[in-house]
Structures are given as C-alpha cells and as structure tokens.
Design a protein around this ligand. Structure first.
Ligand SMILES: [Zn+2]
Length: 360
C-alpha cells in the first residue's frame, strides 16, 4: 500500500500540554509519526512518497479563511509582540455564552468579530480548548498534513484501492472556524470535500478514533453528499464532551447522514466489532465508491489518555472488515498515544485492509 508522508510534521514539536489546569508532557508528539513510519518501513510493503502541494483552495473550501490567516500569522505575531513563551495557547476563549442575550450590540455577539489586537485574543477567538499549543512550525506542519491527505485522496480517485496518509497533526476535531484537540486543519474533511467535488459522487467518512470527530460532524452537518459515521467514547465521559451523542443525526439535506455510535469505557474487541458492523452497514446502504477513514489508534488498551480495551489483533480484523465493503479507501492518521505499539497497530490495520496476514 502506498503511504504519503512529509517530514514537515517535525516542526510541530510540542513539549507540553495543559489538561484541566495541569501542565503535562505532550501526548501528540513528533515521535508518534516517526514510529508509524519506522514500522511501515520495516514491513517492506509500504512504499513512502512525498505529498504534492495543493494550495489553500481545498482548505478554505472547508474552513473559514480567517482561521487559515490566523494560523499562518500566529507565531510571527506572538514573537513580534515580544511574548517569549515556548508555545502559544489562548488565555480567554471566545465562548459564545459570553454574549448571551446581548443581541447584536456587543462585539462577539454570535462570535462574529475577531479581535485583531493581541495574539492572546486572536488565539482565544479561534481555539476551543487549551490543549492545542501552536509553535513556530505548526502552520507548515498543518499545511503539509492537508497535502498528505489530498495526495492520498488523489491517488485513490485515480484508481488505487487504498492509500494511507500519515497525517500529523491530526485533524478531526478542527471545525469550520475553530481549532482544538491537537487539530488545526481537518485533513479528513478537506479530503472528503475534495473527493466529492472531483468525482461528483457521495463520499463516506468512517471515523475510528477513540474521540468523536466533532469538527468533521460540524463541517458536514447539513450536507447529504458526505456521510459521517463515527465510533467513539461516549461524550458523557470523554473529550470533546459537547458533541458525539447518538441523537445527533444531521440537519436539512444532511439529515440521516450523520451516525454516532458512542461506546462505554473498557469496550472490548467483540463489542467494538459489533459497533463497527453497524457503521459499515450504514455506509453500505448509501451510494458512493470511496471511504475516507479517520484512523485513530487511541482505542488501544494501553492508550494513556483513553479507556477502551482493544488489542493489536483486532486492528487487523477492523481493517479487513472495512476493506470488505468493496470501496476504495483513503486512510488518514488521527490519534493514538501509546507510542510503543502505535506503529504495530497501524501496520496491523493496513495489512488487514490489504488482505495480507497479520504477520509475515
Ligand atoms: Zn483521539
């Protein structure tokens, strides 16, 4: 299987993140992608190629141009302001309830106006959490991750059965006009949108990350041409908390084109496969020939920030079942934070999708 990878992700080099006020060593680190790359190289069956540049057009087809501008300018503005921090994180978030009941009278009513003065205000306008630090190389890495996704998508549109895009940073938490959850641009959404426009066919996104892909759901909420199916931890207990419930089914032309399957803590291989079959049935019941897979391996039993109980063996079976849909696959990396097994888990999934045995 062809693999698309860019070393630009190394510039998004994060040392720490803040979780509930506690500064901890970062989980979404450069080592993740390097471990995956090393495991695929060692396998011998995964030729690695560089992404092609696709420009800003496919990004602004999905994201607010203001978000792109902010991410492009953020680090330089922080340096110009003389803020000597290792990374940029917002101070006050643009929480829409700040202006509840104020109508259009106040700046920010409806979240309409970006404060253009301080970098702190700008960051809080576009961010939805405090766990997604920006450093000098974040924008270049995020642009490269989009190009990785789009290059994989091009190859599949051109006829490849399955291509893997080693995206880092991940993307599925990034909404149309907000970044967060370690995500800046929504790689899978940008790829799915581009595929839908290029082929004129409906596209399905199958999100297998432990966390709900709130950004992907939001972007396609009112679209009937992009089906979003997600298996994830119940947001009652897990990030991103405010989206991912089973009764969120889309709206307008997108009604019925959003399927959330929230799962309990300590979900087992067998439970997961049953849920997966539900998701696969939903995709099979809709037209289209390409599936974009948001592949997260933070469903693994030893993942340090998650609580499912999946094992390496089941990833091979998950890949096999997804491929058995008979659709072409654009497989894009999302989360997965247990670094010692991350490469082996991705490799197992991809080998399953190719119909190769788990080992050998
Ligand atoms: Zn995740």
């Amino acid at each position: 299987m062809r693999v698309v990878y860019s070393p630009a992700h190394l510039g998004h080099d994060i040392a720490s993140e803040t979780v509930m006020g506690l500064e901890i060593p970062a989980n979404e680190v450069t080592e993740r992608a390097e471990r995956i790359k090393a495991a695929l190289e060692a396998d011998g069956g995964f030729p690695i190629e560089a992404p092609k540049e696709h420009g800003e057009g496919p990004i602004t087809a999905v994201h607010d141009p203001g978000l792109v501008r902010f991410l492009a300018e953020a680090w330089d503005q922080m340096v110009a302001e003389g803020v000597d921090h290792p990374s940029l994180m917002p101070e006050a978030l643009n929480v829409r309830a700040l202006t509840e009941g104020m109508g259009g009278a106040a700046n920010g009513a409806g979240g309409a106006l970006e404060p253009r003065g301080s970098i702190s205000g700008r960051a809080g306008f576009w961010a939805f959490d405090t766990s997604s630090p920006i450093v000098a190389g974040t924008y270049a890495a995020s642009r490269a991750a989009v190009d990785v996704a789009l290059t994989a998508a091009d190859a599949v549109v051109d006829g490849e059965a399955a291509v893997y895009g080693l995206c880092r940073p991940p993307g599925h938490h990034a909404a149309r006009s907000m970044y967060g959850g370690y995500c800046f641009f929504n790689n899978a959404a940008i790829a799915a949108d581009a595929i839908a426009r290029t082929t004129g066919e409906p596209v399905a996104i199958l999100d297998l990350d432990y966390h709900h892909g709130n950004g992907t759901q939001q972007i396609f909420w009112r679209r009937g041409d992009v089906l979003y199916v997600s298996l994830h931890a119940d947001p009652e207990r897990a990030y991103p908390f405010y989206l991912g419930r089973a009764d969120e089914v889309g709206a307008g032309p997108g009604t019925g084109a959003n399927l959330n399957i929230p799962l309990p803590a300590r979900t087992t291989n067998a439970q997961y496969l049953r849920a997966l079959d539900r998701g696969i049935e939903k995709i099979a019941s809709t037209p289209g020939s390409i599936v974009v897979v948001s592949l997260g391996l933070d469903t693994y039993v030893d993942d340090p920030i998650c609580d499912f109980a999946l094992t390496t063996e089941v990833y091979h079976e998950v890949g096999r079942r997804v491929a058995a849909l008979g659709r072409r696959l654009v497989i894009l990396q999302e989360g997965g934070y247990h670094r010692p097994t991350l490469g082996a888990n991705v490799r197992a999934w991809l080998r399953g999708a190719e119909g190769r045995p788990h080992e050998g």
